[in-house]
Design a protein around this ligand. Structure first.
Ligand SMILES: Cc1cc2nc3c(=O)[nH]c(=O)nc-3n(C[C@H](O)[C@H](O)[C@H](O)COP(=O)(O)OP(=O)(O)OC[C@H]3O[C@@H](n4cnc5c(N)ncnc54)[C@H](O)[C@@H]3O)c2cc1C
Length: 427
């Protein structure tokens, strides 16, 4: 990733923000009577539903999502720090119906039949489609860490889907004595939100520094490097000296087993006892994508990266974390950008039009303190082989020598980003 000079970087931030707003072609096709069903109303599915209706208000769009409110993972680490309430990142789906006429079905999709082109929901209803968009997010690989099954999350929360798990982890942090040890197990690649575990360590440290300053955080990592590593380590040294220890996989960070009853973790050479243990398990595409046969041997969904149509099943598109989207990370911003590209492609295909050449965008902000933000940004395009690659010279990492003022500006950008994306996707 390109390292930019400070002034250019701040300018580029503005360009990226503008690109995301202008990224969707507002073409109104206006003739079709197609039926599009969308499974999963996260950043991918909700955005696709809205932008499909903006592209062609004649397309009938049905969004199948069990919850009536979406709780955002982005900024949920601030809930752990006690810096925000979960209600501030909880949004209703209702505006998608009221403002855009999207048919909301609050049910779990239980079966996709790609031959009959039908989705079945838990209440036994059928939803036939001309095209289907699937955005179910990730599922955890429950068999990957010995001792970490679905019952273990009550003692060792993952908090990797925002909601009750986030609140449980927060409760455990509040109950912990000063001088306690918090252990975070960071997952192997690829996973949802590459900088997330390290932002989480920062946010927990921010809380501990104020309320339990003798406490420590140990990160056991299943890999040897991580996103924005230099920036995080610099921030930890500046704000949390001696509080956060990061152990990479090659230096005995690899976890062999967890023991929730003893609050203990085994690695090759050590046993670690923690007062609070946050296990972020290895991941794969959401269950419904696996059940529908949309995944390959990697556990993720291969797609034509121009339209996000499955390379396995025709007329089914997969976006967001579940898809294999070239060099794009698994982030909410990436999911929303892919949703816009996919919505434009689906509208074109339904209307028998040519699919436009797409471009894609992503920025991942991370908060090291409430006033110290860092980010990585990129603009993407398709290469000659049809893979999404980043555009050279566009985007970049926050500079290592940024001033306190610039770090604060990035934190402000992070906070305005969450308001903007929630309103763009769900408003
Ligand atoms: C702690 C944390 C911090 C993060 N911070 C950021 C950040 O700062 N910036 C950023 O860009 N990204 C961030 N992310 C990543 C971001 O949350 C995901 O990349 C994003 O949510 C992916 O969108 P999605 O639509 O693919 O999946 P999701 O948002 O996970 O949505 C999937 C939806 O599908 C629904 N669903 C699943 N199965 C079915 C089914 N069978 N039937 C019907 N519905 C179904 C689920 O209920 C869910 O609502 C963070 C993630 C975490 C965990």
């Amino acid at each position: 990733m390109l390292n930019m000079k400070r002034r250019n970087f701040i300018k580029a931030g503005g360009v990226v923000a503008a690109a995301s707003l202008a990224g969707f072609p507002f073409i109104s096709f206006g003739k079709s009577t197609g039926r599009v069903v969308i499974v999963g109303g996260g950043y991918g599915g909700a955005t696709a539903a809205k932008y499909l209706r903006l592209a062609d208000s004649n397309i009938k769009v049905t969004l199948i999502e069990p919850k009536t409110h979406y709780i955002s993972c982005p900024m949920s680490n601030e809930v752990l720090a006690g810096e925000r309430n979960i209600s501030s990142i909880t949004v209703s789906y209702q505006a998608l119906n009221t403002n855009y006429g999207i048919n909301l079905v609050h049910q779990m999709a239980t079966e996709i039949d790609p031959v009959q082109k039908n989705v079945r929901t838990a209440d036994g209803r059928n939803f036939p489609y001309d095209r289907l968009i699937v955005s179910p997010g990730v599922d955890f690989r429950w068999d990957a860490i010995a001792g970490y099954d679905e019952s273990a999350v009550a003692a060792m929360p993952h908090a990797w889907n925002a909601g009750n798990q986030t609140l449980l982890l927060r409760k455990q942090l509040v109950a912990m004595e000063d001088g306690g040890l918090v252990i975070i197990i960071a997952p192997p690649n690829p996973f949802k939100c590459p900088p997330g575990p390290y932002e989480r360590a920062s946010q927990i440290a921010h809380y501990l520094k104020q309320h339990k300053p003798k406490s420590k955080i140990l990160i056991l990592d299943q890999k040897d490097k991580f996103s924005k590593q230099g920036l995080f380590k610099q921030g930890w040294k500046q704000h949390y000296a001696g509080m956060i220890e990061w152990i990479p996989a090659s230096q005995d960070g690899k976890v062999l087993a967890v023991h929730p009853d003893k609050m203990m973790i085994e690695t090759d050479f050590e046993e670690h006892e923690g007062d609070v243990i946050n296990v972020i398990p290895p991941q794969k595409a959401g269950k419904i994508a696996q059940m529908a046969g949309l995944t390959d041997k990697t556990g993720w969904c291969p797609v034509d990266q121009k339209t996000f149509e499955s390379t396995i099943h025709k007329d089914v598109h997969i976006i967001g974390d579940a898809s294999i989207a070239g060099k794009m990370p698994k982030s909410g911003y990436a999911a929303s950008s892919q949703a816009k590209v996919c919505a434009a492609a689906v509208a074109a295909l339904i209307n028998g039009q040519t699919v436009a050449e797409p471009s894609y965008v992503n920025t991942c902000y991370s908060l090291i303190t409430p006033n110290h933000g860092v980010s990585v940004s990129a603009i993407y395009q398709l290469n000659d082989e049809g893979n999404i690659v980043s555009v050279k010279g566009a985007g970049g990492l926050s500079p290592m020598d940024a001033s306190a003022w610039e770090r604060e500006q990035e934190a402000n950008h992070a906070h305005s980003w969450i308001r903007n994306i929630l309103s763009d996707s769900f408003g």
